[in-house]
Design a protein around this ligand. Structure first.
Ligand code: SIN
Length: 475
């Protein structure tokens, strides 16, 4: 049993209204607890971060970077242990969980380096004796709310740039998966960050979220989660004009043109669709295939999906773990039933098993999908791949863009001109061209439309934690 705690001003604390039980979605077993903190804990954490800010922000970027690099090294040294915790609390296969820890560490590495380049500039003035300087400075105390599907990476990609620029931080991990974050913060403490620079509070999302959106010391809120909660946080924080980064829901199209390398298209679709059992904001949700290759593509995809090994993520060779909870399972099953009622055919999968607190759904490929089906209109967040035919490139773009979401889109073609047309006309923040796995620390990750505001990763991910100050000097 793991006994997680809050980390506030350099101390491990267990105050709050009882505890939150953390259960393994592969077995239903209880394997840890964290305190059910609320307003008091969040307020103390924000105050600790505010007190630590002046000294932390005055350190040189080289000092901050050195600490981040120590944290990075510890994360990699302990990636197996963190990976095990991650698998046990959210279900993804151990190899994927360890991969997620490596992915997390890559953000820490990238931002430790990139912060050395947070340059300002001087601008030639139009009047004699004037000097125009533009400086960059950290926004201040940052709060984060992160989701259960990437319990390590989503925190790392927010904390690392914030600390690198000189901000201090209060993190609130998801209720279902807080123990990975607790372990990561333990390692940050070992790396030697001064007290108050990183704080972690577990517990009630509404009580803690309210402090994050209303406390006068908070200068930025960075959130990954559903569009609905993102809108709620935006409303709550409008009174304070809070600086927001919102990485919200997706509903990614995958378009396969007739000239695609089919094996590459199937491999890319598998990588995008079935990573984390389809519980990924950027994963392909609906697949549009050009008519002439529809049957061949669907058959190959179904063959590959049918081979995936489903089971407890700690078991050798498992590629698809459980869905995270009952609600997740029911949504996936509802999407499949709705599609079948409206005329789709199950080519492979199409059912699951939810019993005694474990929620497995078999990788599913549906043919004959149509635009009136739930699965073609909403994020499924599960291992379901609906395939629908299209005739022309223009039609594919129209279908792909016909949504309020705009996070990620994918397409497969060997044609430079057709690919350029798609890349330029898809209304998405991330586009994978012959690539089902575009996420990386060096690139800006984020969405258009109702998929969010701001970018994480890359130079843009650093900029998100900086204020721009213009200094006009008369000499
Ligand atoms: C997400 O689901 O939001 C994160 C996935 C990624 O970083 O690729």
């Amino acid at each position: 049993m793991l006994d997680g705690k809050h980390y506030i001003n350099g101390e491990w604390l267990s105050s709050g209204d009882g505890v939150i039980e953390v259960k393994n979605p592969a077995t239903g077993e209880l394997f840890g607890t964290v305190p059910n903190g609320g307003k008091d804990e969040a307020t103390r954490a924000v105050e600790a971060a505010a007190a630590a800010f002046p000294e932390w922000s005055r350190k040189t970027v080289y000092e901050r970077s050195a600490l981040l690099m120590k944290w990075h090294d510890l994360l990699l040294e302990q990636k197996e242990e963190i990976g095990r915790i991650l698998t046990m609390e959210m279900g993804k296969p151990l190899s994927e969980a360890i991969g997620e820890v490596e992915y997390s560490a890559s953000f820490v590495h990238w931002f430790a380096e990139e912060a050395k380049r947070m340059y300002g500039r001087t601008i030639p003035a139009s009047k004699e004796g004037k000097r125009i300087q533009v400086n960059k400075q950290p926004v201040g105390v940052v709060a984060s709310i992160t989701p259960w599907n990437f319990p390590a990476a989503m925190i790392a990609r927010k904390i690392a740039p914030a600390l690198a620029t000189g901000c201090t931080f209060v993190a609130k991990p998801a209720k279902l998966t807080p123990l990975t974050a607790v372990k990561m913060v333990e390692l940050a403490e070992q790396a030697g960050f001064p007290k108050g620079v990183i704080n972690l509070v577990t517990g009630s999302a509404s009580a803690i979220g309210e402090v994050f959106t209303t406390h006068p010391d908070i200068r930025k809120l960075t959130f990954t989660g559903s569009t609905e909660i993102g809108k709620e946080l935006m409303k709550q924080s409008s009174e304070r004009m809070l600086n927001l980064s919102l990485e919200l829901g997706g509903h990614a199209p995958i378009i396969v043109l007739e000239d695609a390398d089919l094996d590459l298209a199937v491999a890319g679709t598998m990588a995008s669709k079935f990573r984390n059992a389809g519980q990924t904001c950027v994963c392909g949700n609906r697949i549009y295939v050009q008519e002439s290759i529809l049957d061949e593509f669907t058959e190959k995809l179904a063959q590959a999906a049918g081979k995936l090994k489903v089971g407890n993520g700690l078991d050798e060779g498992v590629e698809i773990g459980p869905l995270v909870d009952q609600g997740g399972y029911e949504k996936v099953d509802q999407h499949v039933r709705d599609a079948v009622d409206k005329g789709a055919k199950i080519v492979v999968g199409g059912e699951g098993k939810a019993e005694n607190g474990s929620y497995f759904y078999n990788p599913t490929v549906l043919s004959g999908a149509s635009s009136d089906m739930l699965v073609m209109n909403e994020e499924t967040f599960g291992p379901v791949a609906p395939v629908m035919p299209f005739k022309t490139d223009e039609e594919a773009v129209k279908l792909a863009n016909d949504t309020r979401f705009g996070l990620a889109a994918y397409f497969f073609t060997e044609s430079m001109s057709r690919g350029t047309y798609l890349a330029e006309n898809l209304e998405y923040g991330i586009v994978g061209w012959n690539d089902g796995a575009p996420s990386t620390a060096q690139a800006p990750f984020g969405g258009m439309k109702e998929s969010g505001i701001g970018r994480e990763g890359g130079q843009e991910g650093l900029e998100a934690f900086l204020e721009t100050k213009y200094i006009s000097i008369q000499v």
